[in-house]
Design a protein around this ligand. Structure first.
Ligand code: COA
Ligand code: ZN
Length: 323
């Protein structure tokens, strides 16, 4: 028997995963206004920005200004992407709630994204754990290409579990399994999530899907079937990875929440406010977003019946209607 009355936790990543892929710089005030609007939507977490090298990702070069400029809602955790010790020091100076560390479980993807071997990445991140310590700032580790690498193909479950284990031993509060380029499919997701939950029940587990091949919503449902409660998603379906060929947007927040709410899940999200925020995105970034809900409206946003149909219906004997 499936239960659809569970509480799920939605984590917004548009201002990090989404904005990092935009060619044009988005004004700092606009980023701050967007995070402030998102802070009122009921998210469990917001990934505000990224403390990477400004040369690598110039569009997020204003990370400090954004973190210091936002009005925080105490009900929301504010997390940021941290690639190395320098990033950790910059982030800690901005009173973050959580640092989201990142490395790839695929050697080729790690080299192209972070310009290091996986072992070099692990050693750097180990240092980051040392800098952050076991104080009030939590550490999450996002593992990229868990469900497949665009250069190497499938990554074995043992490989993934090995990296989860190493970070759990370092003291990570949580781990995010990232389908960086939309290679995951539902049965694979269900199996891996079930194994990770069984092996690491104490870890806060998040799933991070991209909709590159149209499977993101199906994958989210498969993850829920395996007991997963937390999802990264992106307003408007923005997102991608600048270092992964063919990558496209994250699972779209409003599409995901709309589906989950229809099914009876509690998400804590105010969908009206999310849609209002999403409607502001094209003006901010200068192009349309993949969101389906923004185009089609909610399932029961009904349209007026055209007059010619109403007239026709009036002429048909009522017994013939609704057959
Ligand atoms: N914040 C600010 N500056 C940083 C930095 C950080 N976190 N990390 C490195 N830098 C600076 C260094 O000071 C150095 O500056 P200089 O050229 O003026 O001396 C320059 O960047 C190069 O530093 P180096 O240590 O050689 O790093 P790198 O060039 O190999 O970059 C990363 C390593 C990981 C920081 C960089 O590749 C990166 O940020 N990549 C983006 C990864 C990412 O966010 N991907 C998308 C998310 S999955
Ligand atoms: Zn992503």
């Amino acid at each position: 028997m499936k239960h659809y009355d569970k509480r799920l936790f939605i984590q917004e990543v548009a201002t990090r995963d989404g904005f990092q892929n935009e060619a044009q710089f988005i004004e700092t005030v606009d980023k701050i206004a967007m995070v402030n609007a998102l802070s009122q939507c009921g998210y469990a977490k917001i990934e505000v920005t990224s403390f990477t090298s400004p040369k690598a990702i110039p569009v997020l070069r204003d990370a400090e200004l954004v973190m210091q400029g936002i009005q925080r809602n105490p009900a929301v955790e504010y997390t940021v992407l941290v690639p190395n010790v320098r990033g950790a020091e910059r982030a800690l100076a901005c009173a973050i709630d959580e640092a989201n560390l990142v490395m790839s479980v695929s050697e080729s993807h790690n080299r192209s994204n972070l310009r290091m071997t996986r072992e070099q990445s692990f050693a750097q991140l180990e240092e980051v754990f040392g800098v952050i310590g076991r104080g009030p700032v939590a550490i999450n580790v996002s593992l990229s290409t868990v469900f497949g690498c665009p250069m190497e193909g499938d990554v074995s479950a043992d490989e993934v579990l090995g990296w989860v284990e190493r970070f759990a031993q370092l003291g990570a509060r949580g781990v995010t399994l990232c389908d960086t380029t939309g290679m995951a499919f539902p049965s694979q997701v269900e199996a891996l999530c079930a194994t990770v939950r069984e092996r690491f029940p104490e870890l806060q587990l998040t799933l991070h899907f991209h909709n590159t091949r149209g499977m993101a919503l199906a994958n989210a449902l498969a993850a829920i079937d395996a007991g997963v409660e937390r999802f990264d998603s992106s307003l408007g379906g923005l997102g991608g990875c600048p270092y992964a060929p063919g990558a496209s947007g994250n699972v779209c927040t409003e599409d995901l929440v709309h589906m989950l709410q229809l099914m009876g899940y509690t998400t804590g999200i105010d969908l009206d406010q999310v849609l209002a925020a999403s409607a502001r995105l094209p003006g901010l970034i200068g192009h349309e977003v993949p969101s389906q809900l923004l185009k089609a409206g909610r399932r029961l946003d009904l349209h007026p019946t055209p007059a010619r149909v109403t007239n026709m219906l009036q002429q048909v004997p009522s017994a013939l209607i609704n057959v």
